[in-house]
Design a protein around this ligand. Sequence first.
Ligand SMILES: [Zn+2]
Length: 333
Amino acid sequence: MVNYKDLGLVNTREMFAKAVDGGYAIPAFNFNNMEQLQAIIKACAETKSPVILQVSSGARKYANQTLLRYMAEGAVEYAKELGWEHPQICLHLDHGDTFELCKSCVDFGFSSVMIDGSSLPYEENIALTRKVVEYAHQFDVTVEAELGVLAGVEDDVVAEESHYTKPEEVIDFATRTGCDSLAISIGTSHGAYKFKPEQCTRDPQTGKLVPPPLAFDVLEEIEKKLPGFPIVLHGSSSVPQEYVDIINSHGGNLPDAVGIPEDQLRKAAKSAVCKINIDSDSRLAFTAAVRKVFVEKPGEFDPRKYCGPARDEMVRLYKHKIIEVLGSDGKAE
Ligand SMILES: [Zn+2]
């Protein structure tokens, strides 16, 4: 048993309270490897932004749970080395699907876990979430729950159709589960293909897909029911067209990849939405940078020569999100 406090990590409670008050959102960036983690910490240290490091169960299998824990501990020390005096770093399980997985993460030093019972019937979602909350809160680990279903693909999480969160359920759900934050469904979606072409319109000038707007009316209803309660948006990558273009012009094939426009996320960040999950954009930045090196320097075979530029590109991406979209810069001196 390792407590996250001994690793220098923090839970989400104070981060979220300040974010809701301040009208900004905390970035939740997924990581699977060293370069991603370095890029996240560098971007956050340079902008003094609190951050949630997210690990999915797929990432946990990929990177090894023991190694991940030491990487998170190392991340805190690395942040200090970069001159960030009081780093606020949370290590969070993304989409935990069983009590056992959540418990294992709590026991391994995570400071926050998500239990995703959104695919279960309502009462079963409540019972499972309640059980995780009761265990996690003994160790002051915060718990994110989910109501409503997002479409798209994220590691093991696959859903064909989305169902918006029902505002009439949120008070009952939050009260009975005791969860610390709530992921809702208002039209965001997992992956780099967030919408089918038939759900979008096409920009007549560029021929690019324009996605449907988020359901801000549903978000407003939820905020009215639970004033000041931390709300979370999953699947909030914007799928930057410049990365898609680089990938496609350097041997890749991502036709009609489409994400959530950043102005929509900017608007959400100013509301009770205090955690915005971004994963696909970092994958795209990494892949675009690597593909570019492979095409431009076919003789290159030193991984540092293509993972290095990929890391630099991710730092640029994360800083852009922090400063231009979420507004979390300068919030953790
Ligand atoms: Zn998600």
